[in-house]
Design a protein. Structure first.
Length: 146
């Protein structure tokens, strides 16, 4: 069973799917509280960059550097280069990843930069992505720049 924060990210992923978007969700946790949540909104907003993690961080608003350095970023899917880079830029020390079977971002590089990655391999995260990729491969390929 997913922990409460990954469960919140999964809720976000389901919300994105219900809106006609890609089912990836994210939450930012600071001192045991969710301070930002979001989901992939590229389709809904016609955006080039609103992946779940970017939406989550945007919704968290401006935080102090010290806040990011004690935060945990949760994502239902392994963060891509863009989202991983944002986590690195702000010094987020830990990323909890729901699954990395359907897509794997630059995990080795992120680890080499000192970020702790926890791969949960959550079956609901895997199911959401496998079903979406099978149903909408063209949209998925667009999202990952293929």
């Amino acid at each position: 069973m997913a922990d409460q924060f990954l469960a919140a990210a999964i809720e976000e992923a389901r919300a994105g799917l219900a809106e006609g978007g890609i089912p990836i969700g994210s939450v930012l946790v600071l001192d045991g509280e969710i301070v930002g949540r979001g989901h992939n909104r590229r389709v809904q907003r016609g955006s080039a960059i609103l992946h779940a993690e970017m939406d989550c961080l945007e919704n968290a608003g401006r935080l102090k550097g010290a806040d990011y350095r004690r935060a945990v970023l949760y994502s239902t899917l392994s963060p891509c280069d863009m989202c991983s880079g944002t986590a690195l830029l702000y010094g987020i020390p830990k990323v909890v990843i729901g699954e990395n079977r359907t897509f794997q971002g630059p995990e080795d590089y992120v680890r080499s930069r000192g970020v702790q990655l926890e791969i949960v391999d959550d079956p609901e995260c895997v199911r959401l992505m496998e079903e979406f990729i099978a149903a909408r491969p063209e949209l998925w390929n667009e999202d990952i720049g293929v």
